[in-house]
Unconditional design. Structure first.
Ligand SMILES: Nc1nc2c(ncn2[C@@H]2O[C@H](COP(=O)(O)OP(=O)(O)OP(=O)(O)O)[C@@H](O)[C@H]2O)c(=O)[nH]1
Length: 377
């Protein structure tokens, strides 16, 4: 009798289990168990138009968080976009040269037009003469097949721009200390904007950065830099308005050293009232910084639209500080890309970065081949 009772109970339990199993299967509509044997249940099938609808049971409200940070544009898309912009602003100059060189007959009038085109693009007198002489020699048809003007022009322009110059930014320090980038240049050349843009490039490359707002002369510049920093979560060290720029620079580099960041970038004031004043101020900023860590890069920011005037300013700055690289800004607003050649010759320092717009990611490393390709379209 006892055995019978056990048997009946066992059959009843098995029956209930089977029924529950069938019901569950019917509800989920699934015929295959989730792969991997986990207990993750696939979400109920949702019609596409329902995807945006809020779920019936709202998720708990997110805890208040810090303001969302900007995600700086990645290198590949930035470069592609800016190359197109460079071609847009400089293409006329390059394509104009190519059209002249592609004429059936290269007479004296044509050579004169080629020379004028180079001079108008701010290449400078001596480099223009040199490139015209080389083109004349190489494109002289001496029987046989005539050389391809595009290939010859490309090679000559790349050579003019300097394919072998070391254009790497020295943003890394030694002995565990940060790299220190000092950014100098006249008012309005785009220093503060450039400091912000470089910070974004570094953040996009997962580098840690501190900014020093040592342009204490102009309160707006300090606020402007603070905004650039906030947008990408970078610390900006600032001092009182009209305070000592060297002291802000010192504090910024100290903070960078203490926090063990990769790079400190210091923005400076651009007053050019007289050379002695500038020398005193920038000299002091550099000396004071170097109590903490060596300055690894001094970038001179030059506005490409200022032509010969810009070159004179560049010379004054290079006499005051040991410039190691040039940032040519506003190339988007000037068809005079030849200034790259002129300024490199003038200072003996490579152009390392070019500014191609007011957007936060409109700064690109300079590359001779890519630049000439953009000129030729
Ligand atoms: N179109 C264009 N505008 C730029 C570029 N770089 C900077 N600018 C603009 O130039 C103006 C001046 O830039 P700032 O960064 O304030 O110049 P600054 O040298 O720091 O000026 P001070 O603080 O007065 O010394 C701003 O309106 C920038 O948006 C560029 O590459 N292209």
């Amino acid at each position: 009798m006892g055995e019978w009772l056990y048997l009946v109970i066992a059959i009843a339990v098995a029956g209930v289990a089977l029924l529950v199993g069938l019901l569950a299967r019917g509800r989920s509509g699934r015929s295959v168990p989730p792969a991997g044997g986990t207990d993750v249940v696939a979400p109920p099938s949702t019609a596409p138009e329902d995807l945006d609808a809020a779920p019936a049971e709202a998720a708990p409200a997110p805890a208040p968080t810090a303001p969302a940070l900007d995600k700086p544009e990645g290198t590949a898309s930035r470069m592609q976009r800016l190359r197109a912009r460079l071609a847009g602003s400089q293409g006329g100059f390059g394509r104009g040269l190519l059209a002249l060189l592609s004429r059936d007959k290269l007479d004296e009038d044509t050579w004169e037009s080629i020379e004028d085109t180079l001079l108008t693009a701010d290449v400078g007198v001596a480099p223009t003469q040199q490139v015209v002489d080389n083109l004349r020699t190489r494109l002289r048809v001496e029987g046989g097949e005539s050389p391809d003007p595009r290939t010859v022009l490309r090679e000559e322009l790349v050579e003019l721009v300097g394919p072998d110059l070391d254009r790497r930014l020295r943003i890394t320090g030694e002995d565990g200390r940060p790299g220190v980038v000092l950014v100098v240049g006249v008012n309005g050349s785009g220093k503060t904007t450039t400091v912000g843009k470089i910070a974004r490039i570094l953040v996009a490359e997962d580098k840690s950065v501190v900014l020093g707002a040592a342009d204490t002369f102009r309160a707006a510049a300090v606020d402007q830099l603070a905004t650039w920093g906030e947008r990408v979560g970078v610390e900006v060290v600032r001092g009182p308005e009209g305070g000592d720029p060297a002291s802000v620079a010192f504090d910024a580099v100290k903070s960078g050293v203490d926090r063990g960041v990769d790079t400190v970038i210091v923005d400076t004031a651009g007053r050019l009232q007289n050379k002695a004043g500038l020398m005193d101020e920038l000299g002091k900023v550099k000396r004071v910084i170097e109590k903490q860590a060596p300055v690894t890069e001094v970038l001179l920011v030059l506005d490409a639209t200022t032509g010969q005037n810009g070159l004179i300013q560049a010379r004054v700055f290079s006499e005051v500080v040991d410039v190691t690289g040039i940032v040519l800004t506003k190339l988007d607003g000037s068809a005079k890309g030849g200034i790259v050649v002129a300024v490199q010759r003038e200072l003996g320092v490579p152009v390392k970065l070019v500014g191609l717009g007011e957007g936060p990611d409109d700064l690109a490393p300079f590359d001779a081949g890519a630049f000439v390709d953009a000129l030729l379209g």
